[in-house]
Ligand binder design. Sequence first.
Ligand code: 9Z3
Length: 296
Amino acid sequence: MNSSLGSEIHSFYESAPPLKERDGIMEKLNEFVQLNCKGTRRVVCVTSGGTTVPLEQRCVRYIDNFASGHRGAASTEGTSQPYCRSLPDDPLLQCFEATDELNIQVREPFSEAVKRAIRDHHAAVAGGVLLKLPFTTIFEYLQILQMVAVSLRSHGPRAMFYLAAAVSDFYVPWNSMAEHKIQSGSGPLDMRLVQVPKMLSVLRTEWAPIAFCISFKLETDAKILLDKADMAQRKYKMNAVVANELLTRNEEVIVVTDSEKISVKREKTEAGSDVENPLVKLLVDRHSAFIRDSNA
Ligand code: 9Z3
């Protein structure tokens, strides 16, 4: 890591507002690690959804992005929330109906999907194999990612990072941010956004240097997508970069490694039809080979 990146990272963390519930998150994380990071069991950190950039400390407005969280959650089994993939957008209203004043029942055709989602979700949580750590802002995301990565370091090559969250590229440093709601009476708004430091580099070199790392590259211009993915793969020594285009991201992705470019297309599965299932299968195989090669 060069020293200018080092100081950008330092000032990002220095200026970030302290994570609320830090101790609670650490406790859950330690519990999860103790239960799961042992023997030959593999553990994956899936990041999903998007991060926001607050514009005021007492935040009224923020910059957001398009990410829905589908990719990460569907890859974990689930969607916007794992295990709710096959449910409609508003499950409470659409999946349930009152039969009389006291009783509620699951409506058809959602009955099977709801039952399966509830069963699988309970089993994952009860078995201690699923830990969800929600985040909203870029500050929360990067602080939690650091905590998770450092906690998984001892699991070496059996830990995988699957970084599907759409992470803000620019942010307003906390100490240069207005405290109160920005007033609209003062004319056009000038605001300086600083570049978010490239955390993939720190993840690779410091937080979890021997983990299996998959990052995602999103572009809207197909002409530059593969070059950018290739560059990211080499620059951050990713085991693979999953390249996707905004409009076709649920139809096809290209997995870029140091020696291959593999197209993965949407495939029919029991839960419907998606691109995550074949993608995850491919990456799980690659992870197995990686563990074998690391002699772990
Ligand atoms: C992705 O490219 C994801 O596949 C999507 C998934 C965000 C497109 P949805 O959540 O969408 O299912 O709606 N994620 C990574 C995007 C990103 O920010 N990558 C950075 C970049 O492109 C590198 S870390 O520079």
